[in-house]
Design a binder for this molecule. Structure first.
Ligand SMILES: NC(=O)c1ccc[n+]([C@@H]2O[C@H](COP(=O)([O-])OP(=O)(O)OC[C@H]3O[C@@H](n4cnc5c(N)ncnc54)[C@H](O)[C@@H]3O)[C@@H](O)[C@H]2O)c1
Length: 322
């Protein structure tokens, strides 16, 4: 191999002028980049889907979206319903849009496991068994930890972590039984790196990423249901009422993505029938890398973003529970 590469380099030096040499090097680098990205994509695809194929019949699938009354969840509901899919919404809030006839709304607080089990029975009787679940409901109190009441912390962990676990425990068993279905967890890039004034929120999103990774491996090794897709979507800032008042930070936190854009990407994952671990936007600082970069780099990024949540004024869908 080394001999072959040496002869190729010698041939290039002997026969190409400098400009041609530069073009050849550039083309080789592009080819190498494209080739390795293609290999990476296809190996990841194989691993995330446990080497199995899965058929989704969208005339029969029932999609359930927690927190689908508005924001990102609402856009996912509208996008999929417009494509003719039956969509069930679970939310504490009333719908913020007029539902079409293939949207079924159930008011439910996902932190209450018993209430969730009861509403699941109603959904099964009235609509059918959900085969695709988007665990999207979330809450952010937007305060520094020492300024938060115990109840603020309980709400954040209650909705974002316990509510997520209860959702999965309620709707995953039937998917496992049939080795068919898709659970997509909406986490956040804040799950990869803590930010000031959202310590409990970041912790809850780190937990969501762990739940995603753990469930993905349990699907193959514990439940032997490798065709059930487990996906995760971790957006950076999205323009919803959750992060109202966030301050832009040059080069880092822009004005945010539109919820319809994020919803479109999530719907694409579901309609593809393939599991993905999505980080949005494409330009978001690759957050996973932060864990292996030198510590000073992480602290530098945290320093730059430190004031971004100073004037946060999130809405509170759980106001009645305060
Ligand atoms: N907006 C962002 O910048 C951003 C970034 C990354 C991740 N996320 C995540 O995206 C998801 C959607 O957030 P969003 O930005 O659309 O905010 P949002 O507040 O508009 O939507 C959250 C939805 O969850 C519902 N909800 C809250 N508590 C609930 C409960 N106990 N039971 C049932 N429903 C409940 C709310 O009523 C609301 O409809 C959340 O998980 C959030 O953490 C948001």
């Amino acid at each position: 191999m080394a001999n072959y590469l040496g002869s190729a380099a010698q041939f290039a030096l002997d026969h190409l002028n400098q400009r041609q040499l530069h073009y050849s090097l550039l083309l080789s680098a592009l080819g190498l980049g494209y080739g390795s990205s293609w290999l990476n994509q296809s190996w990841s695809d194989e691993a995330l889907n446990h080497g199995t194929t899965a058929d989704f019949d969208w005339d029969k699938e029932i999609v359930l979206v927690t927190g689908g009354a508005g924001g990102i969840g609402g856009e996912i509901v509208l996008r999929m319903a417009q494509s003719g899919t039956r969509v069930v919404v679970l939310d504490v809030m009333e719908l913020t849009y007029i539902p079409s006839s293939n949207i079924y709304y159930y008011q439910c607080d996902i932190t209450d496991h018993e209430a969730l089990k009861r509403v699941a029975q109603r959904i099964r009787a009235e609509v059918g068994e959900p085969t695709v679940v988007v665990a999207n409901a979330g809450i952010c109190r937007g305060k520094a930890l020492l300024e938060e009441t115990e109840h603020d912390v309980e709400l954040t962990i209650g909705v974002n972590t316990l509510g997520l676990l209860w959702t999965v425990k309620t709707f995953l068993p039937s998917m496992v039984e049939r080795n068919h279905g898709h659970v997509l967890i909406v986490a956040s890039v804040t799950g990869y790196m803590g930010t000031a004034r959202s310590v409990d929120y970041c912790a809850s999103k780190a937990a969501a990423i762990s739940i995603y990774e753990g469930l993905h491996t349990e699907m193959k090794h514990v439940y032997k249901s490798p065709a059930v897709r487990i996906s995760c979507a971790s957006p950076s800032l999205v323009q919803t009422k959750m992060f109202k008042g966030i301050k832009p930070v040059a080069g880092m936190v822009g004005s945010g993505m539109r919820p319809s854009f994020v919803a479109g990407k999530i719907a694409d994952v579901l309609y593809s029938g393939k599991a993905q671990n999505l980080i949005l936007s494409r330009w978001a600082l690759p957050p996973g890398i932060m864990r292996v970069l030198p510590q000073w780099m992480r602290v530098h990024v945290q320093d730059r973003a430190a004031s971004s949540l100073e004037s946060l004024d999130p809405h509170n869908p759980m106001a009645s529970k305060l």
